[in-house]
Design a protein around this ligand. Structure first.
Ligand code: UTP
Length: 237
């Protein structure tokens, strides 16, 4: 069997840590085991978010300055430490360096290893990184693992009547982002599931994007298997 599919998976920082900042190591091991068992994809790239720990650091340095670029850099550094954590768990199947820019990623792609990354440059989220990387490697799909089941019409952590949206076009996603954005939307640590940069990249690359739960990895496994009967959101044109 010739495998030519490529996939990029973003694991949100909210999945890596508990509310009290413990590392969710059992869940991380489960996720990494699924990735290591993969037989369907040629290139697999994982992008780690910064999570609560990144936001803690960012809010601490906000006491001493309001330089958003420096705050973003702090978030990027933490996301790379998170990437390093997953690299350790994946072990020998992982490329042993976290690429910090596309030239380093190009080098890593020369090897038959799972590549794990964090952030790249200020002004965006790790979701944007996942989409940029997907465009770069011509990925068939991007899967975003988050702490809710998919994309809702409003924040499911705040509203009981929030409804899961199973299929979303890019125009609908754009309206959702505009309607739910506030003045903090573009601050370090505050780029929500999709920021403006990620929307732009999705528009030009036309890549299929799945948003599913990373807490219960069943739907994630269905997507890897190509099973369309998953609970979550598919964004496409
Ligand atoms: P994210 O906000 O993407 O991680 O990155 P997260 O918190 O895990 O994401 P969600 O909420 O689960 O989806 C952490 C911070 O790192 C900076 C930003 O400040 C971002 O909020 N960052 C990350 C960048 O500036 N550039 C990048 O390329 C990536």
């Amino acid at each position: 069997m010739i495998i030519i599919k490529n996939i990029v998976i973003k694991i949100g920082g909210s999945l890596l840590f508990s509310e009290d900042l413990e590392i969710n190591i059992q869940q991380i091991i489960k996720f990494c085991d699924i990735i290591k068992a993969n037989q369907y994809y040629n290139k697999v790239i994982i992008v780690c978010g910064g999570g609560k720990i990144a936001r803690k650091y960012i809010s601490a340095i906000r006491y001493v300055h309001s330089n958003e670029t420096s705050n973003d850099i702090m978030g990027i550094k933490i996301s790379r430490i998170n990437a390093r954590l997953l690299m350790e768990v994946i072990g020998e199947s992982a490329f042993p360096i976290v690429p910090k820019q596309f030239e380093e990623l190009a080098q890593a792609l020369l090897f038959d290893k799972i590549i794990i990354m964090g952030g790249l440059q200020p002004g965006q989220s790790t979701t944007s990184v996942a989409l940029e990387v997907a465009e770069f490697i011509n990925a068939d799909q991007v899967v975003i693992l988050t702490n809710v089941t998919g994309i809702y019409n409003k924040d499911p952590n705040k509203f009981d009547d929030a409804k899961l949206i199973k299929n979303l076009t890019l125009d609908e996603l754009q309206n959702l982002i505009i309607n739910n954005s506030n003045e903090k939307q573009a601050a370090a640590g505050e780029y929500r599931i999709f920021d403006a940069v990620s929307l732009q990249i999705m528009k030009r690359s036309k890549i299929k994007v799945y948003v599913v739960s990373g807490t219960n990895l069943d739907d994630f496994m269905k997507i890897l298997d190509g099973n369309s009967d998953f609970n979550g959101t598919l964004i496409s044109n």
